[in-house]
Design a protein around this ligand. Structure first.
Ligand code: SF4
Length: 322
């Protein structure tokens, strides 16, 4: 097992209130496995990925839970140990490359910095020529033409598709064991989305990377993952192998989610689920889906359902299967 998350709680605190976003998330990832995390926007998917790298915003806190990565407890590692993992083992593709890339530095400076640090961890201080050669090779892997121009550009001088490829290149430098991809095609137009997905898929398979793909685009998750977790309002509602989950969804939320995405080809979750996510300042005490659930029962209101194994690789958190 490469990654195991147990009972993970994440809060965001402000002067006035506390947002209780993740509410006891569990997840496991084997080496070489590709998993998806699906759910509506605002369900806590990005928070989950950021917790793994311990890069939550300043007001984020983890009051309870465990993140075990490759035998280590991420939440107890020193800054130095974490930095090594972020630079050499886990790479992340962010939703918005403009926010992830530093606008005041050329691509060359940002990419060389990551390459240099990684090579120095490996005990080698690279020359400028070596950095250039390595960057050109990585750009060729991500099908970025004209490396000289890209390296000398600032992020705003590149198209959205090129920026996304630069970010994938940067993530791949660090991702020797695990790639985290957070809605990797959200801000791109449809034709570029397809190219970027195929690119990520090819590189993941080539490098045999473990992957967590977070998305509200179910078609993408269906094509690219082995197993899926359904996250709703900070709770895992269901876990199953990908085909099983999409053909036999058990949890009422998953059923509505799958039904609201015709042929799973849409770029996102449809509008088919009535109601909205709960207020994280004061979330439901029991099942967080209760206010929107067509099957809600008295016991759903006050006590959160536990994990129920419906078959060997299919787990659901719902009293209907108790
Ligand atoms: Fe609906 Fe109750 Fe199941 Fe929650 S636990 S999904 S409210 S039936």
């Amino acid at each position: 097992m490469l990654l195991e998350i147990n009972d993970l709680h994440v809060y965001y605190k402000s002067y006035w209130y506390t947002l209780k976003v993740l509410n006891g998330v569990w997840l496991r990832l084997d080496r070489g496995e590709r998993i998806g995390v699906i759910g509506e926007s605002g369900s806590g998917k990005t928070t989950l990925l950021k917790s793994i790298l311990k890069i939550l915003p300043q007001n984020g806190m983890i009051p309870r839970g465990e993140i075990r990565y490759d035998g280590k407890d991420i939440l107890k590692l020193s800054g130095n140990e974490l930095s090594k993992i972020r630079r050499k083992e886990i790479g992340m593709i962010f939703q918005d490359p403009m926010a992830a890339l530093n606008p005041v530095f050329k691509i060359k400076d940002q990419l060389y910095d990551i390459l240099k640090y990684k090579m120095m961890i490996e005990g080698h201080n690279p020359s400028s020529k070596e950095l250039y050669e390595e960057a050109s090779k990585i750009f060729s892997d991500v099908r970025l033409p004209d490396p000289d121009r890209v390296l000398e550009s600032y992020p705003f001088q590149l198209s959205g598709g090129m920026r996304q490829r630069v970010m994938i290149a940067m993530a791949l430098i660090s991702a020797e064991k695990l790639l985290l991809a957070d809605e990797p095609t959200t801000n791109l137009d449809v034709t570029i989305q397809d190219q970027i997905l195929k690119l990520i898929h090819r590189l993941v398979m080539q490098k045999n990377l473990s992957t967590i793909l977070v998305s509200h685009a179910l078609g993408m998750v269906y094509q690219m993952t082995d197993r899926v977790y359904v996250l709703y309002a900070g709770d895992i509602m269901e876990e199953a192998r990908t085909r099983e989950l999409f053909s036999h969804p058990k949890h009422p939320y998953t059923q509505l989610l799958v039904a609201s995405t015709p042929r799973l080809s849409s770029v996102g979750v449809g509008e088919g689920i009535k109601g909205k996510l709960p207020d994280y300042r004061n979330p439901p005490a029991g099942c967080r889906f209760a206010p929107r659930c067509p099957y809600v029962m008295d016991k759903c209101i006050n006590t959160k359902p536990g994990k129920i194994q419906v078959n060997r690789e299919h787990v659901v958190s719902c009293y209907l299967y108790d």
